[in-house]
Write a protein that binds this ligand. Structure first.
Ligand code: ADP
Length: 246
């Protein structure tokens, strides 16, 4: 781990990557990048790079995993061994199992699984490059990949973390801020603002949490706009102008 810089927020209020406290990192999304998946998404968020493939609804195997009244949703978060500075140990870890569980739960309220009994909807996440906030990046990408797969959902899920750095509440921590900051709170929410994921690492006062939530809502709103623009671009059919005189 690198040594803590003297300040993570400069005297003019800017963070070391030049952002204000309430700014998210730049995000770039590509949709439909995997031809074998039913839906897919590649997302870059700051220095994070994640790839998501969605498969299904398809017959659930093994058969004992099937549920007569609903689809089972499976979410697998995996970090490539080359995605972090020191090699990440391949295979499941306590961390990846936890992230997979909470991320699946972040989608359960919106996916209309009851329409597809006995099937499975698989969401596979590969983190190719990690720089803090990979679970939130993966949730944002999964939302797009699910929509790309045509899975009926009540709305998109959007995710962003807030935290505390040099005593200040900030949005979307990068790796340096995550390493040396005082708190990190990943949040996911539906389009209606219903919270579907909330985790906390570190301590904040109730006032700081309230302030952080306001930032997270702002961040999620901005991300939702990016997600919607990407989906609109792919799925909106252009309306043909009638020919003049017809
Ligand atoms: P998130 O990526 O969702 O913020 P964490 O807070 O657990 O999840 O991790 C923060 C960052 O720490 C990751 O994005 C990654 O850059 C780094 N990290 C996580 N796991 C490992 C690991 N096994 N080896 C090296 N770095 C890791």
């Amino acid at each position: 781990m690198s040594d803590k810089p003297e300040k993570l927020i400069t005297d003019d209020g800017l963070r070391l990557d030049g952002r204000h406290a309430d700014e998210i990192r730049p995000m770039k999304i590509e949709i439909g990048v995997l031809s074998r998946a039913d839906g897919s998404c590649y997302l870059e968020w700051g220095r994070n790079k994640v790839l998501v493939g969605v498969f299904g609804p398809r017959e659930a195997h093994p058969r004992r995993s099937q549920r007569a009244d609903t689809a089972v949703i499976r979410y697998k978060y995996n970090m490539a061994s080359f995605s972090v500075e020191d090699r990440a140990r391949p295979g499941p870890s306590r961390r990846s199992i936890e992230i997979s569980k909470v991320s699946r739960e972040a989608f359960e309220p919106v996916i209309m699984a009851e329409l597809f009994p006995k099937t499975a909807i698989d969401i596979f996440v590969e983190v190719l490059q990690a720089d803090a906030g990979t679970r939130t990046a993966a949730i944002n990408a999964s939302s797009i990949a699910l929509a790309d797969a045509g899975i009926p959902m009540k709305g998109l899920v959007t995710s962003c973390a807030f935290g505390k750095v040099d005593g200040q509440i900030v949005l979307d921590l990068n790796k340096e801020e995550d390493n040396h900051g005082e708190a990190d709170f990943p949040v996911a929410m539906t389009q209606d603002g219903e919270i579907t994921l909330l985790q906390m690492d570190g301590n904040l006062t109730p006032d700081e949490i309230r302030k952080g939530f306001e930032l997270a809502k702002k961040g999620c709103k901005e991300i939702l706009e990016i997600q919607q623009a990407v989906l609109r671009k792919k799925f909106e059919t252009p309306v043909e102008e009638p020919e003049a005189g017809v």
